[in-house]
Design a protein around this ligand. Structure first.
Ligand SMILES: NC(=O)c1ccc[n+]([C@@H]2O[C@H](COP(=O)([O-])OP(=O)(O)OC[C@H]3O[C@@H](n4cnc5c(N)ncnc54)[C@H](OP(=O)(O)O)[C@@H]3O)[C@@H](O)[C@H]2O)c1
Length: 413
């Protein structure tokens, strides 16, 4: 039997106000928003003031409210709210990927102890139903890789840069359209994509990984030279979150990629997101949809709300198998690095160089590097060195000797 949902909504910004409208328009779900809590009493609202409260305890202490929907832009405050709601047995729906990437295990434990649900489809790739599919459809251990464009802001900026529009202007547009994070660093340096990757790895492979273990390289240092290189070679630049099984390891990272027109995500532009799932027997499958914005994200939240009517909970069935896998950054891949300065390019420890190009004002080099050795270069703090991944395939550590030999042979020549 479906249960009656009395909702306490925390946050009435881009997603929260979208949810209010989507819920009112959707007659299929018998749920009512009993109270909305926001922060700023002086802000103009689209609803009359009597709809709002400014104290979250008005929701947390209301026994009649059995569902808390957390849609605020402050992950520390969100942690306290979600913890407290779950502790008192209220179901929680959130779209806050930072909160989840940092505290998932603790929150899942509290939810379990209190027989409450914690659902978060809206936290990864906006409207794309990826978490529930990974939980329910791909509920065995046959997945081999998952990769995708999971940040609408960077995909929007990269699409615009391809059209000749500058980084600052494109970022402003994304902010005005409501899908950029309050702090642009979260988007453009790849943190947002990394938080989502933590959740994808958990649901795809059952592996626990902390955000600090995953290296994220963003798009700030992409220059018109990389855009021109992509055009010349028939590539497009996309910021990818990528994880795959490599032997007994799961490897994963966030970085800009040059992708070819045969890639599933080549035509995924603007704020659209795409996730490509690869499994042993079904090969590759593509999910595509709006990855951000008011209604698209609200639609994922709505889907979680409707799942709560039947007490749906994630079961994390792959966790047992996931314990046999370890997260690793030890693998090889092919990259492009570009800079106005040859010294900057020379800082990158290449194992095998494929191509070196030098003009009066720009240098680039392509070849194979060991991924774990890139972290020392701190790409997100540099404006003089751009990195874009060229690899379809990642090479495992076992192949290290082969690559090292290739470098030695080069040195002897
Ligand atoms: N925007 C998107 O496209 C998108 C997509 C996927 C996921 N998300 C996630 O969804 C969440 C909400 O994002 P958003 O874009 O809707 O944010 P937003 O537009 O900036 O709105 C934030 C809302 O939270 C309220 N708020 C902030 N701190 C609060 C507190 N301590 N107590 C009560 N209310 C508080 C604000 O109150 P005031 O109105 O009083 O300022 C505002 O209503 C974030 O976790 C974000 O990462 C967003």
């Amino acid at each position: 039997m479906s249960k009656k949902l009395n909702i306490g909504l925390v946050g009435f910004g881009c997603v929260g106000s979208g949810l209010y409208q989507v819920l009112n328009k959707s007659r299929l779900i018998d749920a009512r928003i009993k109270r909305i809590v926001v922060q700023d009493p002086k802000k103009e609202r689209t609803l009359s003031l009597d709809h709002f409260s400014f104290d979250v305890n008005d929701i947390l202490n209301d026994e009649d409210i059995n569902v808390v929907i957390e849609l605020i832009n402050d992950s520390d405050a969100a942690f306290e709210i979600v913890k407290s709601a779950l502790s008192s047995g209220k179901d929680v729906v959130t779209a806050n990927k930072k909160l989840l990437a940092e505290h998932l295990d603790e929150l899942v434990l509290i939810a379990k102890e209190n027989n409450a649900s914690l659902l978060y489809e809206g936290a990864v790739a906006g409207s794309i139903p990826i978490i529930r599919n990974l939980e329910e459809y791909y509920n065995n251990d046959s997945l081999t890789s998952i990769e995708g464009i999971v940040n609408g802001t960077t995909n929007y900026i990269l699409t615009k840069s391809n059209e000749g529009i500058g980084y600052i202007e494109a970022l402003k547009d994304a902010q005005n359209l409501g899908f950029a994070e309050l702090n642009p660093k979260l988007d453009v340096d790849g943190y947002d994509s990394k938080y989502k990757l933590v959740l994808l790895i958990k649901h795809a492979f059952g592996v626990k990984v902390k955000p600090a273990q995953i290296q994220n390289i963003g798009i700030k240092a992409i220059t018109p030279y990389e855009v021109a290189y992509a055009k010349e070679k028939g590539y497009r630049i996309k910021l990818f979150s990528r994880a795959e099984k490599l032997g007994d390891s799961i490897v994963g990272f966030v970085a800009p990629h040059f992708i070819k027109d045969i890639h599933f995500a080549y035509n995924v532009n603007n704020e659209f997101n795409a996730v490509v799932v690869e499994a042993l027997f079904s090969d590759k499958q593509l999910f595509i949809g709006k990855g951000a914005g008011s209604y698209p994200t609200a639609s994922a939240v709505l889907s979680d709300v409707s799942a709560l009517k039947f007490d749906y909970q994630y079961e994390y069935r792959k966790s047992k198998e996931g314990k046999k896998l370890r997260f690793s950054n030890d693998f090889f891949l092919k990259v492009y690095v570009g800079s106005p300065f040859i010294e900057a390019v020379n800082e990158v420890p290449f194992y095998h160089v494929d191509e070196l190009f030098q003009s009066d004002d720009y240098v680039y080099q392509t070849g194979w590097v060991k991924f774990s050795e890139l972290s020392a270069l701190q790409f997100n703090n540099r404006t003089d060195l751009s990195l874009v991944i060229l690899s379809d395939k990642l090479k495992a550590t076992e192949e290290l000797i082969e690559v090292k030999n290739a470098r030695r042979e080069l040195e002897y020549l």
